[in-house]
Design a protein around this ligand. Structure first.
Ligand SMILES: [Mg+2]
Length: 383
């Protein structure tokens, strides 16, 4: 199993496509520098302490010579697609997890040596054909491979051989293990766990009783030599994700109907994003008190991935569908699902606004399902 992660992807694409920017500190930002955040900084700027997610004006204080470049989503998506094609040329199974990251199955290679030769060739082709460097981690399981790709950035090539996992984990910090949320991290460090190896050697019962099953599972997954390839690479999205509700009394009030629809819509968005998808279609279903039912579906010309947008769409659909008769039940579903693209989200929120859904899901990770949820749920609890 290999994990590949492009180095400072957006910034590197800009540098590769404009010779003037090569070797210079650049920051890729949204529109309008003043309220924008850094989506990616080139390594020249990172060396001065500039990080992704930092407000652009702060980045320019740290690194005044940095050249701001406005993000060009179409260009990055194009390069990403071409890179993924290249990955497909060396392995029949790849799992694309973001615009610049993917897992590559190496099971079909005759031996490790041949796999490594192909992966080194891949790195050379990325430089030759795109002018881009990537970091690659190779290990027996996906989590270790991902840690490996992050370990010697940029231009890294880290092989963690069978039997050498523990030796490797001595050098890795607990904070660099993917899947450990900020809340858990603080708790782990309060118990004195700093290095991944200490986490691995922690007592199972201690982990289970203090952190629960998920963290114990992560420990086992880190050391796993085998995992279900078919399960892992199966990336076909479900056809649709939906929620419906039969009401304890009929609703005639349009405002209340919208709130209930938005509540269901928010649940759908949460479930869809937990699974890593966004939607390009929405359906609304209404059942009247005489048990007749109507449904409408809309194909959207933008990717739907957050609650605010969902609310807008549901308002349109209700206006279009509802004949003002009392409602007995309703349902909302998302269809035309595809893997969530952080890029389209970043670009649709040009400026300093962060992805609220992302934050909500991170809070969920630490505090449990629906820890942060729209206040309209309060109305629904009365029904
Ligand atoms: Mg990257």
């Amino acid at each position: 199993m290999a994990h590949i992660d492009m180095d400072a992807f957006f910034a590197s694409v800009e540098q590769a496509s404009n010779p003037y920017l090569k070797g210079k500190a650049i920051i890729v930002t949204g529109k309008g520098l003043r309220h924008s955040v850094v989506t990616t900084a080139s390594y020249e700027a990172k060396r001065k302490g500039v990080r992704s997610g930092m407000p652009a004006h702060e980045a320019l204080k740290l690194c005044p010579e940095a050249i701001p470049v406005e993000a060009d989503g179409k260009k990055y998506e194009y390069v990403s697609r071409e890179i993924m094609k290249l990955l497909h040329s060396i392995s029949p199974e790849i799992l694309v997890t973001s615009i610049d990251e993917a897992y590559i199955d190496l099971a079909h290679f005759e031996n490790l040596k041949e796999a490594l030769r192909q992966l080194k060739g891949l790195k050379l082709r990325l430089i030759k054909e795109f002018g881009l460097t990537a970091s690659i981690g190779i290990a027996a399981n996906p989590i270790l491979a991902k840690i490996g790709s992050d370990f010697r950035k940029p231009d890294g090539f880290v092989v963690i051989c069978r039997g050498a996992e523990k030796e490797f984990l001595k050098q890795v910090d607990v904070k660099d293990i993917p899947g450990i949320g900020p809340h858990t991290l603080i708790k782990l460090s309060s118990y004195g766990y700093e290095k991944a190896i200490e986490f691995i050697e922690a007592d199972d019962f201690f982990l289970y009783s203090n952190f629960g099953n998920a963290l114990l599972g992560l420990k086992k997954a880190l050391l796993a030599c085998s995992f279900s390839r078919a399960e892992f690479f199966k990336n076909s999205p479900p056809k649709s994700i939906g929620h419906s509700m039969t009401l304890s009394r009929n609703i005639e009030d349009g405002e209340l109907l919208k709130r209930v629809a938005c509540f269901l819509g928010a649940k759908v968005i949460y479930r869809m994003r937990r699974k890593g998808f966004e939607a390009e279609g929405v359906s609304l279903f209404l059942k009247y008190s005489d048990f007749s039912a109507v449904r409408t579906s809309r194909k959207l010309n933008f990717p739907l991935s957050n609650v605010q947008r969902m609310n807008q769409v549901l308002y349109w659909l209700i206006e279009e569908l509802w004949n003002k008769e009392p409602i007995r039940a309703l349902g909302v579903s998302c269809n035309r699902l595809k893997p969530f693209n952080t890029l389209s989200e970043q670009l649709s929120f040009l400026g300093a606004r962060r992805d609220l859904m992302d934050t909500s899901l991170k809070i969920e990770e630490a505090f449990g399902k629906y820890s942060l949820f729209p206040a309209s749920i309060l109305v629904v609890s009365e029904l």
